[in-house]
Ligand binder design. Sequence first.
Ligand code: GMT
Length: 372
Amino acid sequence: MKIGIVCYPTYGGSGVVATELGIEMAADGHEVHFISYSKPVRLNDGTANVFYHEVIVTVYPLFDYSPYELVLTSTLVRVAKEVGLDLLHVHYAIPHASAAYMAKSILASEGITLPIVCTLHGTDITLVGKDASFEPVISFAINNSDAVTAVSASLKSDTLQFFRVNTEIEVIPNFINLERYENPKSTGLRKSIAPNGEHVIVHVSNFRKVKRVQDVLSIFDGIRKEKEAKLVLVGDGPELYGIEQSCKEMGLIEDVHFLGRQKEVEPLLMEGDLFILPSTTESFGLAALEAMAAGMPVISTNGGGFPEVNEHGFSGFLSDVGDVEEMSSNALVILNDLETYRANAKIQAAKFDIQVILPRYTDLYDSLLTLV
Ligand code: GMT
């Protein structure tokens, strides 16, 4: 099968899921063509059966806003014809789903059929997409995709609530490749930051408001009242500077380590004891799943798709948004019985192994191709 994948190339979860899916499909013998404005961060050069096509937007002084969606559409049409794509899978509705619809229509006018799969990831529905300035286009693009998937039941329900959807949405959860967590290279992180057996607490995000990184600091502060611990913050984003300031004001700065963006997170996660993700909402919380795969139990909030990923009292604990006291005391429960929760986290992660989830996508692709 020749599969086109459109995604954001950055560190966000939707781009990660799209890239990992493409890599697995390629490993299964399919030809996979990534189409984006920059090479996806988790895509390594020289991966067999994988190709990358860049969307190059020329900047004209006439335009205040460069028309990315139009250039993406033209690139999709060109790539589909040049390589003979069998189907196109777009990740994140804005603007990928509408660009795909337009490309499909152009191709249809030339007698070429290109089925479209659209995967909804989260903020394209819960934050950005439902804005009135996007809603009619998103509703239309969802309804006119040949198949629509959502990464959690919660996201499916949000989509049905916010958009005028009259098409079936299939829930296919995000996944991880557990093999990657089997033989980790040591980064030496634990040895260097926690040489006296301190607990290593980890948070990974894009440091946007929705991640509530300030709560991570408060929870860490609560943990430190009872246990020696270090906090590792991975990623960067708009809130990072303020978080650094807060660390200083709260007297935490000596025990907080900022690692910035990391291309390969698995080896780092393997060095941690406990993961904290206190977001206002997460459609899924891929970072929490990756943490569990590395054997880290998770302290999270209880909104969105979290209850589908993190099992309360088993792989971690869920609390109301902002209830940092409860989250700190649950963190201590985990740290007092760490080996049990570590084992549970791995059991929970195994439910989302790529071997379990990949056939769901393959079946979906096959069902579309039999209709062509
Ligand atoms: O979390 C972000 O801000 C990035 C965003 C993205 O589109 O990359 O993540 C969303 O998609 C991920 C992959 O499906 C999910 O694991 C995240 O939970 C979701 N983020 C939110 O819903 C806030």
